[in-house]
Design a protein around this ligand. Structure first.
Ligand code: DC
Length: 217
């Protein structure tokens, strides 16, 4: 039986760490859809394509071969994971992720991956759009302050210069853009299980999710 697990939620809620662990447990390929939108932001920036240049961005995407290896995004043969997780890319990515033509192309790529492999996929529209029929759907959230302090710690550990206040502001701005865009905004699917992680550690969340999956299999 094919397994698809959808994990949605706002920026910094811990989705990717959780999805990786759930993937290891059930031998699922982890598809980080945020990384794919970030790759579009990175390449658009390198090519000086502002978000209004929709046609050029779409033809750029048709030359982007993306797949995942060991949870990292490989773009045209290059591991770009480090380059797409900088504050600079975080601050521009929502403007590209809100373009309907960009979304329809990336959704198609994500659906192709889920048709080929057993997947755990995280993002904003997985349970509502990409994997609408997934048997296992989760919506993971946490307060903006908790999410900002997690991101701040992670960037400090990577020696990336940043300020907590700026990260909190970026998270609040991104929540707004992601939740209010016209196409496929961030929202909980009606049939998703909601988990507030503000006062839970990662193992606690992974246990809740794996218990649901174990019971459902
Ligand atoms: O999860 P993340 O922070 O890496 O996501 C980067 C951006 O991409 C964020 O602004 C939301 C957007 N995104 C989206 O619109 N749909 C997805 N399925 C995944 C991410």
């Amino acid at each position: 039986m094919k397994i698809s697990v959808a994990i949605d939620g706002p920026a910094g809620a811990g989705k990717s760490t959780i999805a990786k662990l759930v993937g290891k447990k059930y031998n699922l390929m982890y598809i980080n859809t945020g990384a794919m939108y970030r790759a579009v932001g990175l390449k658009a920036k390198e090519n000086n394509l502002s978000p209004e240049k929709v046609d050029e961005i779409c033809s750029m995407i048709s030359n982007m071969e993306m797949h995942f290896e060991n949870d990292d995004l490989i773009l045209n043969g290059e591991n770009i994971q480090e380059r797409i997780t900088t504050p600079e890319i975080s601050s521009i990515v929502s403007n590209y992720a809100s373009i309907p033509e960009v979304r329809s192309r990336l959704v198609k790529l994500q659906q192709d991956m889920s048709n080929k492999f057993d997947v755990v996929m995280d993002g904003r529209d997985i349970g509502t759009v990409v994997l609408k029929d997934a048997k296992f759907k989760f919506y993971v959230t946490a307060s903006p302050e908790e999410r900002a302090s997690r991101r701040f710690k992670e960037l400090q550990e990577r020696n990336i210069e940043c300020s907590y206040d700026q990260i909190l502001k970026d998270i609040i701005d991104r929540d707004y853009i992601d939740s209010n865009r016209a196409t496929d905004p961030l929202r909980k699917a009606d049939d998703a299980i909601e988990i507030d992680t503000t006062n839970l550690n990662i193992d606690g969340v992974v246990n809740i999710i794996t218990e649901y999956i174990r019971k459902g299999l």
